[in-house]
Ligand binder design. Structure first.
Ligand SMILES: Cc1ncc(COP(=O)(O)O)c(C=O)c1O
Length: 349
């Protein structure tokens, strides 16, 4: 029941910096990153570039700004970006590709959120003066709206072969690439090797308060540096934030496996509740489908909130719960019990 504390499963972005992270931020050496580098930001950028096997990485205030910078680096106005229909870049970035870079986004629906080499090959436009040229293929790993699904390295490699043959660059929205790495055991550099630009987030799952990075070739990042600044993303003493990111990379990466185990536990327990259907997640995002037609998802959310448990609606009959640094085993038991009570009470009405 409600013990006065909140269990926030709405997103893995809701985490608060830990004591160790705050101390690292407090101690951070800083400078003016727009003028001549902030030393801690530079250290974070070098660390992420190395992890992803790229020449250079740049620190951004947000994943959206980093994704949109990548789109601006690769695209020309009037050209087309191919992505999966559930992609964050298509659904949740405020139409930025069109507004900021004049790009046409071409969403390709798939059953499970995963692009395949065949789907990409079919979507790439043949050269013609009558159709917009394809300027980029963007993939998302893990795939947020597909319930944290992992795009297998092998599929990514086959997609890479298709885009290489067509002479088109590949961008990887890896907001949760760390989750895919921990779950598959592949190092980030294996994914990095297959994409021209890679965006990774520090503020989802890894528990940093702010920050994402875009990595790629030195030449692409030189262009990205200007675009970032144009978008207002040039930060000054950003080392305070970068220190949190370095701490997160050191101490919060391996533990993502715990979030995945808890997400699976939540899914297993919730799927035993009458009226719910829950697929076993691959990483930390659990999608709960409300089958009982007389039960409104909004009312389930209200009931959960009355017990201090927060989830979000994700589609007309679907709820989303995300595990993260601030959710422990007790939290999973609490969420499951609250869900069972919600479904029982609302079904009985
Ligand atoms: C897959 C994906 N890409 C990009 C973003 C954008 O990140 P931000 O909220 O830091 O702009 C998100 C945010 O949840 C995401 O899930």
């Amino acid at each position: 029941m409600n013990d006065g504390t909140l269990l926030d499963l709405r997103s893995d972005t809701v985490t608060r910096p830990t004591q160790g992270m705050r101390e690292a931020m407090f101690r951070a050496e800083v400078g003016d990153d727009v003028l001549d580098h902030d030393p801690t930001t530079l250290a974070l950028e070098e660390r992420v570039a190395e992890l992803l096997g790229k020449e250079r990485a740049l620190f951004f205030p947000s994943g959206i700004q980093a994704n949109q910078t990548a789109l601006a680096v690769h695209g020309r106005p009037g050209s087309e970006v191919i992505l999966e229909a559930g992609a964050h870049i298509f659904n949740y970035e405020e139409g930025a590709g069109a507004v900021l870079s004049g790009l046409q986004l071409r969403p390709v629906p798939t059953e499970d959120g995963l692009l395949t080499p065949h789907v990409v090959r079919e979507a790439i436009r043949p050269p013609s003066p009558y159709v917009p040229p394809t300027c980029l293929v963007a993939v998302e790993n893990t795939h947020n709206s597909a319930g944290g699904r992992i795009l297998p390295l092998r599929t990514l490699s086959e997609i890479r072969d298709v885009v290489l043959a067509a002479g088109i660059p590949l961008h990887l929205d890896g907001a949760r690439l760390w989750h895919a790495c921990v779950e598959t055991g592949h190092p980030p550099s294996h994914y990095g090797a297959l994409a021209d630009t890679v965006m990774v987030c520090l503020s989802k799952g890894l528990g940093a308060p702010v920050g994402s990075l875009l990595a790629g070739s030195a030449e692409a990042m030189e262009r990205a540096w200007r675009i970032r600044r144009r978008l207002g993303g040039g930060m000054r003493q950003s080392g305070i934030l970068a220190a949190a990111g370095l701490y997160a990379l050191d101490f919060h990466r391996d533990r993502l496996a715990e979030d995945h185990a808890r997400a699976r536990e939540l899914a297993r327990a919730a799927s035993a509740i009458p009226g719910l259907r829950v697929d076993l997640p691959e990483t930390n995002i659990v999608m709960l489908d409300i089958l009982a037609e007389d039960v409104s998802p909004g009312k389930v959310l209200d009931h959960l909130a009355s017990e201090g448990v927060l989830m979000v609606q994700f589609g007309s009959r679907r709820l989303r719960a995300v595990t993260h640094l601030d959710v422990d085993d007790q939290g999973i038991l609490r969420a499951t019990a609250a869900l069972a009570r919600a479904m029982e009470r609302l079904s009985a009405l």
